[in-house]
Design a protein around this ligand. Sequence first.
Ligand SMILES: Nc1ncnc2c1ncn2[C@@H]1O[C@H](COP(=O)(O)OP(=O)(O)OP(=O)(O)O)[C@@H](O)[C@H]1O
Ligand SMILES: Cc1cn([C@H]2C[C@H](O)[C@@H](COP(=O)(O)O)O2)c(=O)[nH]c1=O
Length: 220
Amino acid sequence: MSGSEPVRPDQGLFIVFEGGDGVGKSTQADLLCRWLTEAGVECVRTFEPGDSLVGTKIRQIVLDPATGDLAPRAEALLYAADKAHHLYELVEPALRRGAVVVCDRYVDSMLAYQGAGRVLDIAEVERVARWATGDLRPHLTVLLDVDPSEAVHSKVDKDRLEAAGDVFHQRTREYFLQLAARDPEHYLVLHARDSVEQIAAAVQDRVHQLVSAPPGRLVS
Ligand SMILES: Nc1ncnc2c1ncn2[C@@H]1O[C@H](COP(=O)(O)OP(=O)(O)OP(=O)(O)O)[C@@H](O)[C@H]1O
Ligand SMILES: Cc1cn([C@H]2C[C@H](O)[C@@H](COP(=O)(O)O)O2)c(=O)[nH]c1=O
């Protein structure tokens, strides 16, 4: 199958973890992937930005404090380029062979950070993000929510985005919550400071509903 053919909704399962910086997304993405793998399901654990050769370079530009001030539209286009290449190289091939793709951040991060955070027109940012991703949407987005003061501030060495300030991070949090409230069928919102085990169990419950009984066979 050529890389240009669209992914169909009945192929694989696409699960995304979203939320502010340092809320526990990587921890939960790892646990979910381990749980799926132990159940015999192929799981591809990935992240944005940066999980490709090109993406590594883009990640370095957008997150390195040495980049300094970057035009908000340029920042949005760099994140969009990372997404386009990430889908082309890793996510879409994995979904086509029926795998579960577990991704740490996706389009919602761009809407929340470049749209609500940088105060670009969110509808315009969304058009760019949807174009970059061929409008591929997750079957489920797990939003880990907590006040940014309980996560971002706990880090000493902040990257460019983490250092964007309290007001910026409050705006991103509120926008993530708005996205989830609009589409409860495709979102699971969990309190990010519940215990790691409690969160993992709630995620497994919801994902279990999406994964069919024989290991490796998926329904959407
Ligand atoms: N439920 C939790 N309660 C308290 N601490 C947690 C919880 N989950 C993860 N942590 C801790 O919070 C820190 C950040 O976790 P993690 O790297 O998973 O977050 P993240 O959202 O992926 O971060 P980033 O946005 O920086 O990539 C780690 O020290 C981790 O052990
Ligand atoms: C995908 C995506 C990410 N961001 C921001 C969010 C974070 O501050 C960093 C990524 O760092 P992490 O440690 O890997 O979470 O980038 C963004 O602004 N826009 C996006 O589309």
